[in-house]
Design a protein around this ligand. Structure first.
Ligand code: EPU
Length: 293
């Protein structure tokens, strides 16, 4: 394969919020052999590179963005399982959809990922954001991460050399333009029936409290010091508050939803309104969780 270059990629088409203008170019890596070409591409362009997963935690600005998007097409290798003493180590490509990994684990009867049911991102995104819900953080399961950078090529880094924090991941000497290429996670043996039951129960809880089918990017703000940003926004009267076609969800106040023709400018206005309302009511400064481009 060769590196595929797509001019003027639409961020609205690549994000779950369905918002955002166009970047300059998107470089799509189809397999390992394209990485050298990606290195040359990055060396010859002055555009800021941004690695895109499934776009489920992104709020991109309207209009023109001076960015080179980098995306890994679905081809960086299959799922592989190796057994250690008491754990099964699953090696999976970062480009895989997280729901795809969960579906595979369910069929294989491997437990550990159930709390992450309903998160729509990629496996790489789950590492980069240390995705978490219902008591499970992706980083808790990671044993190794394989990173690529133009200078260093592909390198495995052990999880204990990385920092997994609350919606945060960093690796030693993580150079600009790096990609999360592959991940190894440790799962435990169970049965398809038991894993299915757990996943179903998490999904039911999520469906009852979060707008799982709406166009959103998950929670907009990080939870501040043990509090729930959603609860604070709700108490400050933000549930259902709408600007144009963007609104804070009626179901969970920490979700911004695009009701149809929303714009990033409307989303940004709501973010500032929500932040001010919580600051005025509780003296708490909310930080965004969603990545703004
Ligand atoms: N609550 C309200 N009003 C609301 C929203 C929540 O009163 O509008 C109350 C709930 O009733 C509950 C408490 O706040 O008593 C906590 O709510 P919830 O269980 O929904 O959890 P959360 O703290 O709002 C976090 C994560 C979610 C994750 C859930 C479940 C963050 C920012 N949010 O939400 O993650 O799915 O726990 O584990 O950490 C995400 O990161 O995008 C995300 C959605």
């Amino acid at each position: 394969m060769t590196l595929e270059l797509i001019p003027n990629p639409s961020l609205a088409q690549r994000t779950t919020l369905r918002l955002g203008g166009t970047a300059d170019v998107e470089a799509v890596v189809h397999d390992e052999r394209d990485l050298d070409e990606l290195g040359c591409f990055l060396a010859t362009h002055t555009l800021r590179p941004f690695v895109l997963g499934k776009g489920s935690n992104l709020l991109a600005s309207d209009g023109r963005l001076d960015l080179a998007l980098i995306r890994v097409g679905a081809g960086s290798g299959p799922l592989r399982v190796e057994r250690t003493d008491d754990t099964l180590i699953v090696r999976c490509p970062a480009s895989l959809a997280l729901p795809g990994l969960l579906g595979w684990a369910k069929k294989a009867g491997l437990a550990g990922l159930e709390g992450l049911t309903g998160i729509p991102g990629s496996v790489g995104g789950a590492v980069a954001m240390n995705a978490g819900s219902y008591g499970v953080e992706f980083g808790d399961l990671v044993t190794r991460v394989r990173l690529w950078s133009p200078a260093g090529g592909l390198v495995w880094v052990a999880a204990n050399e990385c920092v997994f924090g609350y919606r945060h991941f960093s690796a030693p000497a993580r150079p600009a333009g790096r990609l999360i290429w592959e991940v190894e996670i440790g799962l435990s043996e169970s049965t398809p029936r038991s894993v299915h039951r757990q996943m179903q129960s998490v999904y039911e809880k999520k469906r009852a409290t979060q707008p799982v089918t709406a166009r959103s990017a998950g929670c907009v703000f990080k939870n501040p010091g043990g509090e729930s940003a959603g609860r604070l926004l709700d108490k400050a009267g933000m549930k259902g508050v709408r600007v144009g076609d963007m609104a804070f969800s009626e179901m969970h106040a920490n979700f911004l939803v695009n009701l149809g023709q929303g714009t990033s400018a409307q989303a940004m206005e709501l973010i500032e309104t929500g932040r001010e309302a919580v600051r005025d009511a509780f003296g708490v400064a909310l930080e965004t969780e969603v990545i703004t481009l």
